[in-house]
Design a protein around this ligand. Structure first.
Ligand code: P53
Length: 479
């Protein structure tokens, strides 16, 4: 008997700012991604004050998908994709974010893109906010620290839902909404929520602002879900969470408790989006710390009225944490609590490789939320080498994906998890979000461009391309 459903959504995932390029084409406004420079494994990306001369901004051109999408979608179709996850660049639709009327040229680009997908029977799976709000909303309103952002986002969401009512069925509101749990990381604050802090801002200020911004995003997400269901009752609108499970460093009860508390602190966003209310442990945390975000009675009603239909999540790796005597509240702090897991290898960027963790994550999400799941990111960032004849041998990528798909199938087949699809990240090479590199590659399709921004942008098939094509053709029966 087949282990995966017949209509399983095999595909791949990308995000607008990481591949489209054409940052000023078709009336697009500047986004937060347009002021982020290229970094590296050791050098964080710089978030500059506007676009400055002499800096390398890799998202400006990216892989120029804006002008190459027909060729790229034809390659996805050749691999047999049933689904393609991308995002809509908010600043293509509302260049400044606070206009009343959308930019028709921006809508047209996505009309053409989605039509091209449907030509091959590929279902678009679309994220509304994937790490790139209009920059004007950052400079004028301070990003999501301002309640007015709810209205701006809702207008953007309604415009997309109405305009793409018949061309898109699967939606997600905010990409990896929980990444901001790392509230001391400038990158997460800027990309998730458009929050820029002065260098002397205290950790407490970072933390308080993050909880406030998150709350407004959750309200905006819930209002969007409710509006979307009204516009088209057939829509499936999901949340999108980065799921990095937290393992206890040992069987010591304090370590186990630390891991549980770390999971709560990383994943409470999902509780709100699924159950429509804040979980008890967060209410207790706000009470204890005085970090009381502005939450109105109306907000609570809105949260309850906009529960998601499914859970989209990314899975790359797991973390391991230990309790420490100087943390009596077991308050999760990634940097402090994290320890090395002696059972796992890491990639060149230090991310653990843990296929069993995917099965664990699917079980965790399924038993806690009892909703259908969609794996909308998974993959291995790696350096690739182009042979003199142009071929690219990437057995490490195949090994990673194969091991994860095996665990994914066990979760469905043996554990009964309801899973709609699998869309590995960066199905075509693109700009890394975290580092801004091109040479941190995830793709089945190679793109000739390096970290310095030099290359012909020519596309070519890696060995993994043929492999994934066969996986899809056999619906995962032959890996
Ligand atoms: P890059 C951190 C941890 C987990 C997922 O990441 C993350 C990040 C951000 O660095 O982001 C997601 O490109 C995100 C994508 C991103 C992908 O994972 O840093 O949704 O936009 O490209 C991979 O290797």
């Amino acid at each position: 008997m087949a282990k995966l459903p017949k209509y399983f959504l095999w595909g791949g995932a990308v995000a607008a700012h990481q591949l489209e390029g054409a940052w000023q084409a078709g009336g697009k406004g500047m986004s937060i991604a347009d002021v982020m420079t290229a970094g590296s494994n050791t050098q964080p990306r710089e978030i500059t004050n506007g676009v400055l001369p002499g800096k390398n901004y890799p998202n400006h051109e990216a892989i120029d998908f804006y002008h190459h999408y027909k060729e790229d979608i034809a390659l996805f179709a050749e691999m047999g994709f049933k689904a393609f996850r991308t995002s809509i660049a908010w600043a293509r639709i509302y260049p400044n974010g606070d206009e009343l009327e959308p930019n028709a040229e921006g809508l047209k680009f996505y009309d053409d893109l989605f039509a091209e997908c449907h030509k091959y029977g590929i279902e678009p799976v679309v994220t509304l906010a994937h790490f790139e709000m209009p920059y004007h909303l950052v400079t004028t309103y301070g990003g999501w620290r301002d309640r007015r952002l709810i209205d701006f986002f809702l207008r953007f969401a309604k415009t997309c839902f109405t305009h793409f009512k018949d061309s898109v069925k699967y939606w997600m509101t905010f990409n990896e909404i929980n990444n901001q749990c790392n509230y001391m990381r400038d990158f997460s604050m800027a990309t998730n929520s458009g929050l820029i802090f002065s260098p002397d801002a205290t950790p407490a200020e970072h933390e308080a602002t993050m909880y406030q911004a998150s709350h407004y995003e959750l309200v905006a997400s819930a209002l969007a879900v409710a509006a979307g269901h009204e516009i088209n009752p057939d829509f499936k609108i999901g949340s999108m969470i980065n799921f990095t499970p937290q393992y206890p460093a040992s069987s010591k009860p304090e370590d186990v408790l630390m891991a549980q508390k770390a999971m709560q602190k990383r994943f409470w966003w999902e509780d709100v989006q699924t159950f429509g209310k804040y979980p008890r442990f967060m209410e207790a945390f706000f009470k204890r710390t005085g970090l009381r975000p502005d939450i109105t009675e109306q907000d609570r009603q809105d949260l309850a009225a906009g529960k998601v239909d499914y859970i989209g999540f990314s899975y790359y790796s797991s973390n391991t944490v230990a309790a420490s005597a100087d943390n009596p509240w077991y308050d999760f702090d990634g940097v402090k609590a994290e320890v090395k897991n002696p059972h796992l290898q890491t990639n060149d960027w230090g991310w653990t490789i843990d296929p069993v963790g995917l099965r664990y994550s699917m079980n965790w999400l399924s038993e806690r939320y009892d909703l259908p799941l969609m794996i909308v990111e998974n993959g291995l960032g790696a350096f690739d080498h182009v042979e003199p004849d142009g071929s690219i041998h990437d057995p490490y990528r195949v090994a990673y994906l194969k091991a994860h798909i095996e665990q994914m199938i066990k979760a469905v087949d043996e554990d009964g998890v309801d899973l709609w699809g699998y869309m590995p990240w960066g199905c075509i090479d693109l700009v890394s979000a975290g580092t801004g590199q091109m040479d941190k590659r995830y793709g089945f399709i190679y793109v000739d461009k390096n970290d310095a921004g030099v290359g012909t942008l020519k596309r070519s098939r890696k060995d993994s391309f043929k492999w994934y094509q066969h996986v899809i053709a056999t619906n995962g029966e032959d890996l």
